[in-house]
Design a protein around this ligand. Structure first.
Ligand SMILES: Cc1cc2nc3c(=O)[nH]c(=O)nc-3n(C[C@H](O)[C@H](O)[C@H](O)COP(=O)(O)OP(=O)(O)OC[C@H]3O[C@@H](n4cnc5c(N)ncnc54)[C@H](O)[C@@H]3O)c2cc1C
Length: 559
């Protein structure tokens, strides 16, 4: 199959039209003489983590708290390893971006005195089912933004060690895109689907994180030689069993305790009630034969039950449907909980691009924001908006007085041939699904997956490393019969690159700092010498490791 090549030029290219991508584009669009292209593999109206909506703003500075308190909280939760400069820059702007979203039409619940209704210390309640269509409408309305829906970006275009654009292809039409830009902002979210998930077969994509965020931004950065940080701080969600819907709505919203099969509250037996400990405690109770574990909702009033039905309809409708289908709501039956498979997500944990305080990556011309950017956990929706804004402002400064740069035709044609090779009609030995399942099995069994209670050791990780490398080789022989399958090939290849780097990060953190997220059986305790960032750079086919010192709150970090 031959692909038609389309060449486009713009000032700033935003890769991924999700939460941070849309916000970055809107920030850029304020400067009317700048042209912007936003590219998304789906349709920005309902793409990424916000597709089904959200029911709370989880990062907000409520009355009586300060941005400094927020930094302290995130640092405590991450057991001391965060980029304080990044978290602080987010914290200072959380309330402003919330206000901006309200002015765009986001419904934020208010009490009788007109104050936002809080949900815990750092969260406020919203009606956010339509948050993504609302953002997309604003982006689509801007004259200087061109949106390319259903275009999957696969790699950056590099010249003289600078990013000067990106390659992509349409997921339905036989078109290869070459997009030149003076700066690129990567906002492709985190990576799901690396590990064997909770559900199998037809329901395998019923997972917590967006199944379409496949780590493309990480993989493109890895292949281009960008420095990555903290992949070993995986994120594992404690979720409602089967539906994998978030539990915060019940835990914080209703103040429900975690109880075991005997109805006993158990988290307190395992240490401070950090997010990691809530999960670890649940895994341990099950190991001891004291499961299933639940959020204790039995006995809540019918009014509160009704509120929960509505709250989940705003974000994870499957949970409300399950309650109704079972004809047993949370007032009658406790809500069973379980851990998910591990994800790589910079918005909940700290894995992602190593950026400076302005969100510039280590490759000139390339910026990162949102779940794909590392160092600042617990950024959630509003933190992603703030990072989108910071990256956009930095990119605007960078492109001043710059001209677009181009590559030679032969380099561009080589990339088109590389794609067409996957579209040849000969059969491949393995199917795309087989490679994906093999990868998930390897990661589950040898790199601390769900079935192994998230535990790993060096011997197992070395086996995982070898097997992931073999799968990467096999994947180069995969064949696609159409553009949709070509997308699936790139998704699995990108995930394999993320796995390859993740395994090295897990190997190099010789301690257990985060229960479950990074549970190293060879080193079951914390090690004070490991109060450092584990960073990596992929060069000449090898993942090289760099240890970096912690960055403090008031520092301005430059590469
Ligand atoms: C189920 C769930 C519930 C949540 N609930 C809340 C909540 O209640 N409150 C809260 O504050 N936070 C919540 N969060 C967290 C928050 O939604 C995320 O942190 C945030 O939306 C991530 O934004 P992002 O811009 O990094 O990624 P996304 O918004 O996911 O955007 C990534 C975009 O990149 C596109 N993309 C990916 N790869 C490519 C490619 N190769 N080429 C082109 N485009 C690509 C995707 O299609 C997507 O549109 C929740 C997250 C999840 C998963």
């Amino acid at each position: 199959m031959k692909l038609e090549t389309k060449i486009l030029e713009t000032d700033v290219l935003v890769v991924g039209g999700g939460t941070s991508g849309c916000y970055a584009a809107l920030t850029l669009a304020n400067q009317e003489d700048i042209s912007i292209i936003v590219v998304d593999k789906a349709n920005i109206k309902r793409s990424g983590c916000l597709a089904a909506g959200v029911n709370a703003i989880n990062a907000y500075i409520n009355k009586g708290y300060t941005p400094e308190d927020f930094v302290d909280y995130v640092k405590k939760e991450a057991e001391g390893i965060i980029r304080e400069d990044l978290v602080y820059s987010i914290a200072k702007n959380l309330n402003q971006v919330t206000k901006n979203m309200e002015s765009l039409g986001l419904t934020i619940l208010k009490d009788s005195e007109g104050e936002y209704v809080t949900r815990g210390k750092r969260s406020i309640k919203i009606n956010g089912e339509n948050i993504k269509p609302m953002l997309a409408k604003e982006v689509n309305a801007k004259k200087n933004i061109k949106v390319l829906n259903k275009v999957n970006i696969i790699d950056y275009i590099l010249k003289d060690n600078m990013v000067i654009g990106a390659y992509g292809f349409h997921v339905e039409e036989n078109v290869f895109y070459v997009i030149y830009s003076k700066a690129v902002i990567c906002t492709t979210g985190g990576a799901s689907g690396l590990y064997k998930p909770n559900n199998s077969g037809f329901s395998k994509h019923k997972m917590w994180y967006s199944p379409f965020n496949t780590g493309a931004g990480y993989a493109m950065g890895i292949r281009a030689g960008a420095e990555m940080t903290s992949f070993e701080m995986r994120f594992i969600a404690l979720r409602c069993k089967d539906t994998i819907a978030p539990t915060g709505t019940v835990a914080q919203g209703v103040g429900a305790e975690q109880v075991n099969a005997q109805g006993l509250e158990y988290v307190k037996n395992y240490g401070k009630p950090l997010t990691t400990i809530r999960l670890f405690a649940t895994v341990e109770e099950n190991n001891k034969g004291l499961g299933p574990c639940y959020l204790k909702t039995k006995g809540i009033s019918k009014e509160v039950e009704e509120e929960l039905y509505k709250a989940y309809l705003n974000m994870a409708p499957a949970q409300t449907l399950k309650w109704i289908e079972d004809d047993k709501g949370p007032s009658i039956e406790n809500l069973e909980i379980e851990g998910t498979e591990p994800y790589i997500v910079g918005g909940h944990a700290a894995s992602g691009y190593w950026v400076d305080t302005k969100r510039a990556t280590t490759i000139p011309g390339l910026y990162a924001a949102g779940d794909v950017a590392g160092g600042s956990p617990k950024k959630y929706v509003t933190g992603c908006f703030v990072e989108g804004e910071i990256a956009a402002n930095a990119a605007m400064k960078f492109i001043k007085d710059k001209e677009n740069q181009f590559i030679e035709d032969k380099e561009r044609c080589a990339k088109a041939i590389f794609l067409e090779n996957f579209l040849r009609s000969d059969e491949s030995t393995f199917s795309i699904d087989e490679v994906e399942e093999a990868m998930q099995k390897v990661m589950d069994e040898y790199a601390g997956g769900l079935s192994k209670n998230y535990l790993f050791n060096s011997t197992k990780l070395c086996i995982a490393k070898e097997k992931i490398d073999e799968l990467l080789m096999l994947a180069s022989d995969l064949r696609a019969k159409d553009m949709r399958e070509l997308l699936q090939i790139f998704e699995v290849v990108d995930r394999l690159y993320v796995c390859k780097v993740l395994i090295i990060h897990l190997l190099k953190r010789k301690e257990t700092r985060w229960k479950c997220y990074g549970e190293n059986a060879d080193y079951p305790q914390k090690n004070a010498d490991m109060l450092k960032y584990v960073n990596t750079v992929y060069k000449d086919g090898k993942v090289q490791v760099v240890f970096r010192n912690l960055v403090k709150r008031d520092e301005v970090y430059e590469h």
